[in-house]
Design a binder for this molecule. Sequence first.
Ligand code: TYD
Ligand code: MG
Length: 456
Amino acid sequence: MADIVFFCTSCGHESGKWLGQCPGCGEWNSFAEQPSAPRKRKTAAARPRRGARAVPVTEAAATPIERLETGLDGLDRVLGGGLVPGSLLLLAGEPGIGKSTLLLQVAAALARRGGPVVYVTGEESADQIALRAKRIDGLHPQLLLLPETSCEAVLAQLEAIEPTLVVVDSVQTAVLDEVEAVAGSVSQVRQVASRFQHLAKTRGVPVVLVGHVTKDGMIAGPKLLEHLVDVVMSLEGEPGHDLRALRAGKNRFGTVAELALYSMTGRGLEPVQNASAWLLEDRRSGASGSAVAVALEGTVPLLVEVQALAAPSALGTPRRVAQGLDSSRLALLLAVLERHAGVGFGDRDVFVNLVGGLSLREPALDLAVAAALISSAADLPLASELAVFGEIGLLGEVRAVSRAAERVREAAALGFGRVAVPSRDANGKLGLPATPISTVADLPMLLQRSGEPEGR
Ligand code: TYD
Ligand code: MG
């Protein structure tokens, strides 16, 4: 009993007894019983380095960070300019979302540019990967497939190769023989990752680990590795939609706000060139319950349609369903509208959807969500040429958001003729006529009553 401890399979929190909810990450039912990791054998990476010299920051700043461009549109931007040699990266995402496809595309692109790229595959056979490579037009002799789950064997193979990139697909299938735990367990995932970190640092090669995120929590989640790796990227998407969003949740070499959009096609992931136009493609103008929001993810403004449906409820407790938006934010907006705009939703089911399968958390979407809700409740449309952004506070006030002029420029570029914005933003020089909104009580004036000309 002495060496049996319980681990959170999501974040690695240790406990002497089983817990229903992890105090570390708040995950439920994530505790599993496991033998603890061997403590005696320390990896080389864990040993303190001798001979490190204190350097003046000015000197350190003079050496620019070298970056290896992947050539894949969007990914380089998310990374802050490309892969940094010697860094350890994690690509997280649910199974089937396209992680292997994305990395195989990157691997093939770098192989084409000369350096050998090693793609370690513990989940699929070399044949399966080759089939995928063929599909994405990624057949190249410098792309080396290594179907191996033993971490020691992989590291031994890599001694003889000078790779420009190493991909490990996935970290949860790799095992170190010296660690007495099953693949995917907390101790294995941790130790395997630290071995690859050592490889990255000593050989100056970028190493990308693939990490599955699963809802059942039975295998150790990528959260466990967040502190260890330099960059955490996640690939997200809704089942049934082609749209995939790539973003960095942590980046030691760049910002974390950038978003890259791809569409999953028959030939792999293709960057979505004009994301706003793509997202608004199927929009029906003149329908009630629809508002176009201007979000800003990183440096890229993004127009996206918010759809709301408020319908009489047959249930005692009406339903609140948010897709692509935070559901607690929706609950807050409904309460604010009830109190400060006099629009009640107490007896209605409310559904709100961000069209296209994208998930966004930006507060600047608030105003568009509120406008769509009011439009649906009144069954009156907003002007089809109108784009909306602004953050809503608990008192119903509409607050200014960052980079208003850039948002308006994107709206104008897509043919929108007017914006409804926070009053403070409306004072600035915007490129389009702007309706200032100071509280949610102003929102009903955006509704188009029949017979009225558009665009008031
Ligand atoms: P995959 O990269 O295997 O996902 P992950 O590694 O995250 O589990 O991609 C899985 C899905 O992508 C699968 O359903 C097939 C689809 N797909 C395409 O639609 N087009 C393609 O060119 C490829 C390679 C995959
Ligand atoms: Mg895969």
